[in-house]
Design a protein around this ligand. Structure first.
Ligand code: PA5
Length: 441
């Protein structure tokens, strides 16, 4: 019997792709085709994996080894600086400036683990240089008690630098050394040069760790440490998925199976919906959109990523997913256990309201998971492919494993598609035109 669901080794993640590979695609002749056996692709996967692994081992690409290499992750320097800041007891708020890969990892990590944060630090992540939002944010903060954290790998991104310049004026020259932290490339860029000249506290994003893969660097780790989250547990989750990848024969590894099947279905189904059934995981959808869109959208290839939220969007896009064009694949994220499932009470006295009565004695968590199963069934019965990534519970280890699984899925899928998943020439071109326009104005 073909295995279509498995736990990723000792990690807290289970992947279930039963409703993905069994749902047929329609070929150009109108015939129905389902996924071929993994063995069909073994040669291609072996070649692709050797190529990608070579890039990891030559230290061209850093996220893969970050969970086992503290030099790459900079975990020790990050923990030490966060401890120093927390021990100073000077700061109540952290104004975090960064955009794209320098914001989406921290935003989604912090919002997923709100209940696990052990400090009272309040985070204000300003990615968009929107004057209205900026003024409103600053209006809530006091320069004495705010730590400004400027995050930019290139050190030149205008959205971040513009907000940094205003934030520095707001802080005042005397507070710069004590209230401003730079997270940037170890050698290159204006931010690095400025931080060195001003003697600012600085954390380095190791050269081989690129923007959207940087949650396993101080970009994700520093705010996590300031929030009192366990960095070692976060990295352990990532390592457990890495160990699984290292030990598992390629033909049995669902990450390869899923990536390949997305490529096989690409002509028909090029829209990929990430739909967590967890409000806390909502921003993971935004992180996924950047990861999937920016990494794979190249050379006329790629997928259109969409973020949705279950159960909310059952009342929004489910109709389209079932009966609209058959051009989508839905990826559900679910959480198996929560601390308090929240029991739904019984109405006092006898009741004749059937829908009220059906819910009696159940919990919100049961309802949410029941809704997920119902949605998956709707799609499967309608011949619409879907797959599920389940985490045991929301904690640091699960989030590390989740980010790592998607990062690896992206890297491997891009390699099999023959695109470079680690660059972003379109984004860079936009930066060049902005620079030119600023120079001419
Ligand atoms: O993934 C990427 O490399 C980009 O999305 C960058 O993260 C984004 O453009 C911000 O770049 P930087 O960190 O250099 O300011």
């Amino acid at each position: 019997m073909t295995v279509t669901a498995t736990r990723l080794g000792s990690s807290p993640i289970t992947l279930d792709w039963s409703n993905f590979i069994r749902v047929p695609t329609t070929t150009s002749t109108g015939a129905k085709a389902i996924a071929p056996d993994s063995q069909t692709y073994l040669h291609e996967w072996t070649e692709g994996w050797e190529k990608l692994r070579g890039r990891f081992m030559r230290n061209e690409i850093g996220f893969y080894n970050a969970p086992i290499d503290p030099e790459l992750s900079q975990i020790e320097a990050t923990e030490a600086l966060a401890a120093q800041i927390l021990n100073s007891k000077q700061f109540t708020d952290c104004l975090f400036l960064g955009i794209g890969g320098s914001a989406l990892g921290p935003m989604s990590l912090l919002s997923s683990l709100q209940e696990h944060c052990k400090t009272k630090m309040r985070f204000h992540i300003c990615d968009n240089p929107d004057p209205i939002d900026w003024k409103a944010t600053l209006g809530r903060l006091s320069p004495d008690h705010t730590l400004v954290c400027a995050v930019t790998k290139s050190g030149t991104t205008f959205e971040t630098v513009a907000q940094l310049l205003i934030a520095m004026e707001w802080l005042g020259k005397n507070r710069l050394k004590s209230h401003l932290i730079a997270i940037t490339d170890p050698a290159k860029g204006d931010m690095k040069a400025f931080a060195t000249q001003e003697g600012l506290a600085t954390l380095h994003i190791s050269a081989p760790i690129g923007g959207r893969f940087s949650v396993f660097s101080p970009v994700g780790l520093f705010p996590a440490a300031l929030a009192g989250l366990s960095l070692s547990e976060f990295m352990l989750g990532a390592k457990q998925v890495r160990d699984y990848i290292e030990k598992t024969p390629l033909e049995k590894n669902p990450i390869f199976i899923i990536g390949q099947e997305m490529i096989r279905q690409a002509n028909q189904r090029s829209i990929h919906v990430c739909m967590p059934y967890s409000t806390r995981l909502r921003l993971i959808g935004d992180w996924f959109v950047q990861m999937w869109g920016e990494s794979l959208g190249k050379d006329g290839k790629g997928f259109t990523p969409l973020a949705a939220l279950g159960a909310t969007d059952q009342h929004s896009i489910l109709q389209l997913l079932r009966d609209g064009p058959d051009d989508k694949i839905t990826m559900f994220l679910t959480v198996d256990q929560v601390e308090d499932e929240v029991k739904i009470p019984k109405l006092p006295g006898p009741t004749s309201y059937a829908s009220f009565k059906l819910l009696e004695g159940h919990t919100l968590q049961e309802l949410l998971l029941t809704e997920y199963r119902a949605t998956s069934l709707v799609l499967t019965k309608g011949g619409r492919p879907n797959l599920t990534l389940r985490v045991d519970k929301l904690d640091e280890r699960s989030l590390g494993a989740l980010f790592f699984t998607f990062s690896f899925l992206t890297a491997m899928t891009g390699t099999l598609m023959n695109v470079n998943p680690f660059d972003q020439p379109g984004v860079e071109e936009g930066k060049i035109y902005t620079r030119e326009a600023l120079m001419n104005s």
